[in-house]
Design a protein. Structure first.
Length: 94
């Protein structure tokens, strides 16, 4: 899960953020909702593992890729949980 609901960034894509309702200009430093970052964003965010509660800092796009599988975030140490779950769902393995 995301640790912070909001993040402070330097604006480079004014049209994208203006379309989301932000009143910004190129080069502005502003606070936005973390979920408003573009899907391919490399901005580093803080995440919390949904299994062990460990805090990690990873790029936003890697976070989205991680939660797209099974709908929850796992750190590297807990990735076996997703692996086991996927195996059970995909191959009906006990």
């Amino acid at each position: 899960m995301l640790v912070h609901e909001y993040i402070e960034i330097k604006i480079t894509q004014t049209k994208y953020y203006n379309n989301l309702g932000y009143d910004v200009s190129s080069g502005d430093i502003t606070t936005i909702k973390t979920t408003d970052l573009p899907k391919g964003s490399e901005v580093i965010i803080q995440t919390e593992c949904d299994v062990c509660d460990h805090i990690n800092e990873i790029p936003y796009n890697k976070y989205l890729k991680n939660i797209s599988n099974q709908g929850f975030y796992t750190c590297k140490s807990c990735s076996y949980v997703k692996s086991q779950t996927t195996k059970k769902l995909k191959y009906n393995d006990s």
